[in-house]
Design a binder for this molecule. Structure first.
Ligand code: PLP
Length: 580
């Protein structure tokens, strides 16, 4: 028996570069959360799936056409097998689940166990054996099976492994929301779940915390009821219908999580407000995301902080005192980080970039709303701004295999790169991962962020950049509402008081580059270093997972004390535009 206070469930967790069980920001956040919990010894256990074939390996041809290959990795090289831990009934078949353990070691002596569930067992049918192969692969049926393995299987696995005392089940996004049914099942024993009373539901609510990451209704996971019946059986599907989580004939994982959570939050203050409007009747709070400071700080800046404020590793607030670091030291540490990035770029692509040129970084999942190609809106203007080799651009990011728009965006970047050749160097680095994330966010001079508003719930790569003194150039969305101080932590594109306008934003971007950033970078390097320094002091000291986790402890996790602002459940099912 082991007592833990928090059980953290996430469809993806980015543990280390060699374990390909993540696709993007959600996984990076989950990994950083676990690392922060390990640093302070929070009694937490995490649950996710194994993904034997990973999230694909990206290949790009000369024209920027992406193809995907399965990742081959050997779980037995990195993880500890702990045998069979649970069973779930899926499509009328008993599916057996085994687990693998990864231990995250932080600054404290406590290790945080992460369990990765796996159905590749000879006892299972050929189809069922593939259920934990691919992250975000397969069709709706495959996806619902995966979510049942994570939610239902995960709760049963915790019990079988011997965890007790959980005070908060933290649902990192709605994918794991079926865990609420497993908790209900455990409470009711052999009784029919459809008989659950309000008091039963209230008892489950008391223990669930839900973090939503999606700012638009279409992004919320949902499944047809007929499919839900086929996969989960009539009893569970009937229970879901009875709990009003199935508007418009669809099982909606967000509604399920909202219905069963005591505390609900968005991932930045602005996102909290948007979520509140999207789901009226629920009290939705906000806790802004962060990143794990030591993980995302480059070796050069780690050495600098270790020398000047050694406390920063266990207390990130000390980064506030970066304000006192001599500017030359900031410049030297950044030059080393940039050198490491340019070395990595040369090894990967054969291109030797000039370290003296303003280098703009952009690395994100390649999907439409991230608008990676906004900067190519007017190539003549960009060519003029970058004349005489004053500017170079680095991109990275994978498009989901089924995301035609994301793939087209990568091709457009390749086309623009070809047209700009000789004027502005543009390089797309294949295979964005945690390591490239670290090189790019620390080695670029400016971090570019141009999502369609309000699609970026938070965004975290700009926070990684801030820890390395790299200012952002960003449209007002997500975390940037809080992190932006014009000319101090970076620069705005467009204006938060105005509605989004593609053309206006493109020209605002060009203006900032041409009139503000380039003159500062090449003409007043010490003034540029001052922006870098205040970026660390203001944003590095705040947008980290140590601060984030302390806010979860104070506001969301019931760690013995009462929580602030518990949300009251609405009496009727929500009727909002999200139901459409
Ligand atoms: C940090 C990170 C992300 C998330 O970045 P966003 O700015 O939120 O898009 C995605 N992928 C990798 C590999 C990362 O390191």
């Amino acid at each position: 028996m082991q007592t833990v206070k928090v059980a953290y469930f996430s469809m993806e967790i980015a543990l280390e570069n060699a374990i390909p069980t993540y696709s993007g920001g959600l996984g990076a956040l989950a990994g950083d959360t676990v690392r922060a919990a390990a640093d302070e010894g929070l009694p937490l256990v995490a649950m996710t799936l194994l993904y034997r074939k990973g999230y694909f390996e990206q290949q790009l041809d000369q024209a920027g056409n992406q193809s995907e290959r399965d990742v081959s990795w050997r779980p037995e090289d990195r993880l500890e097998p702990i045998g069979m831990v649970a069973e779930v009934m899926l499509q009328g078949r008993r599916v057996k689940i085994q687990a693998w353990r990864y231990q995250v070691q932080g600054l404290s002596s406590r290790k945080i166990p992460v369990y990765l569930l796996d159905t590749d067992l000879p006892e299972n049918s050929a189809y069922d054996r593939t259920l934990t192969d691919h992250l975000y692969g397969g069709d709706e049926r495959y996806r619902l099976c995966q979510e049942a393995i994570l939610g239902l299987g995960g709760i049963r696995a915790l019990e079988r492994i011997g965890y007790t005392g959980v005070q908060s089940y933290h649902l990192n996004e709605g994918h794991s929301a079926l865990l609420t049914l497993a908790l209900l099942e455990r409470r009711l024993g052999s009784a029919d779940l459809r008989q659950a009373s309000d008091a039963d539901i209230e008892a489950i609510r008391e223990r669930c915390v839900f973090t939503t990451h999606t700012p638009v209704p279409a992004g919320h996971d949902h499944f047809a009821l007929q499919l839900t019946r086929e996969v989960l059986g009539d009893n569970l599907a009937g229970t879901l219908e009875a709990t009003h989580c199935c508007p418009a004939g669809m099982l909606n994982m967000t509604y399920l999580a909202l219905r069963f959570a005591r505390y609900i939050n968005g991932v930045a203050m602005h996102h909290g407000e948007i979520s509140h409007d999207m789901f009226p009747g629920y009290s939705i709070r906000a806790i802004t995301n962060g990143v794990h400071a030591v993980t995302w700080t480059s070796p050069a800046f780690r050495e600098l902080y270790d020398r000047l404020t050694p406390e920063w590793r266990h207390d990130n607030q000390y980064l506030r005192y970066a304000a006192g670091i001599p500017l030359e030291e900031i410049q030297q540490a950044h030059a080393r980080s940039k050198g490491a990035l340019l070395d990595a770029v040369r090894q990967r692509t054969g291109v030797q970039l000039d370290p003296g040129i303003l280098t703009i970084g952009f690395a994100r999942r390649a999907t439409g709303y991230k608008r990676a190609d906004l900067i190519f809106f007017d190539l003549d203007r960009l060519r003029e701004i970058g004349r005489a080799g004053r500017l170079q651009l680095l991109f990275a990011g994978k498009a989901h295999a089924e995301d035609a728009e994301g793939k087209a965006m990568i091709r457009r970047i390749f086309e623009a790169a070809a047209k700009l050749r000789g004027a502005v160097e543009v390089i797309y680095i294949p295979g964005y991962d945690l390591q490239w994330g670290q090189w790019l966010t620390s080695g670029a001079d400016v971090w570019l962020n141009t999502p369609h508003r309000p699609f970026e719930a938070s965004g975290t790569s700009g926070m990684k950049a801030a820890l390395n003194g790299v200012p952002s150039l960003s449209v007002p969305d997500g975390w940037w509402y809080e992190g932006h101080f014009e000319g101090t932590t970076g620069w705005d594109i467009g204006h938060k008081e105005l509605p989004e306008d593609h053309t206006d934003e493109a020209f605002s971007l060009y203006d900032k580059l041409e009139r503000v950033i380039l003159p500062l970078y090449s003409g007043r390097p010490l003034a540029f270093a001052e922006v870098m320094r205040s970026t660390i002091a203001l944003n590095g000291s705040f947008f980290n997972t140590q601060r984030m986790l302390s806010q979860y402890k104070l506001n969301a996790y019931a760690l013995g004390q009462s929580t602030a602002q518990p949300s009251s459940p609405p009496a009727a099912p929500p009727t909002t535009r999200a139901a459409a």
